[in-house]
Design a binder for this molecule. Structure first.
Ligand SMILES: *[C@@H]1O[C@H](CO)[C@@H](O)[C@H](O)[C@H]1NC(C)=O
Ligand SMILES: *[C@@H]1O[C@H](CO)[C@@H](O)[C@H](O)[C@H]1NC(C)=O
Length: 257
């Protein structure tokens, strides 16, 4: 008697566990894009200088971390804002602070300490990662150091220059031996008609943030066939002053691609 009652129950439990087996739903995060930005292109995306020295000091001459973005591989859409009451604590980042000031800084004017940017990234993507705040920032910084884009480009003869252009193909091919099909190259332009400038590299990363993976969906680049890799000089960043505040007005019609 007892067993004949138990059987349908077991069957039902089996169905339930099948339904919740790990096929990704279209709304869940299952990989990251690590977005790295080249400040040389960011600072040259308008006719007036839009960059200032952060209040925390001179940043590194390197790619900056923008975010470790939580994505869904079915929709190829970001999964964002997973906590309605997002809590951000700078204190949780104290062991990483020097790296954050160097590689995850905000060079926008007016000069600022980057905190607002970190908080926005944490509340938008970090809260969807399943990581605690310290670990989220630590993994993003570690991945940036591991891929070392500047070094890969240099080894392939692609170095910052205000005059030289490189082909998009050469830039993409430079990454293939070390990163395979894990990168998406994004460009910006100074106004609509300017040269294409190497602006961001997006790198696909496993959901545990430990390894670089081939991108689940191949996104095409928005760059033209010729791309500039503009210089960036951290020493030349002005500390924001009255002059910056006075050019704030035209900055309102600034075009970000
Ligand atoms: C960078 O700092 C500027 C100036 O304080 C601010 O307007 C901007 O939103 C910041 N960028 C990000 C991504 O938070
Ligand atoms: C954050 O997560 C990491 C990795 O899971 C863990 O080692 C660490 O103890 C956690 N830290 C806190 C403050 O919970």
């Amino acid at each position: 008697m007892a067993t004949s009652k138990a059987l349908p129950l077991l069957f039902l439990l089996g169905l339930l566990s099948l339904a919740s087996s790990p096929t990704t739903a279209a709304s869940e995060f299952d990989f990251f894009y690590l977005s790295l930005m080249w400040p040389g292109a960011y600072c040259s995306s308008s006719f007036w200088s839009k960059c200032c020295r952060p209040t925390t000091g001179k940043p590194a001459l390197d790619f900056f971390v923008q975010a470790l973005e939580t994505y869904n591989s079915i929709t190829d859409e970001p999964v964002t804002k997973c906590s309605t009451q997002c809590r951000f604590s700078v204190n949780a980042l104290r062991d990483l602070i020097d790296d954050l000031y160097a590689y995850w800084t905000n060079v926008s004017c007016p000069s600022n300490n980057g905190r607002q940017q970190w908080e926005r990234v944490w509340c938008t993507y970090g809260t969807c990662s399943g990581f605690n705040q310290t670990y989220y920032f630590q993994r993003a910084l570690a991945l940036r150091a591991k891929v070392d884009l500047l070094c890969i480009l240099k080894n392939n003869g692609i170095v910052p220059s205000s005059t030289k252009s490189y082909t998009l193909e050469d830039i993409q091919n430079a990454f293939i031996p070390t990163l395979g099909f894990s990168t998406v190259v994004e460009c910006n332009q100074k106004w609509w008609f300017g040269d294409y400038q190497l602006y961001k590299i997006h790198i696909c990363v496993s959901s545990d943030a430990k390894s670089i993976i081939s991108c689940p969906i191949q996104k095409s680049s928005n760059c033209g066939s010729k791309v500039k890799f503009l210089p960036f000089d951290p020493n030349a960043l002005p500390i924001s002053n009255l002059a910056d505040l006075m050019i704030k007005m035209p900055a309102a019609i600034d075009i970000d691609v």
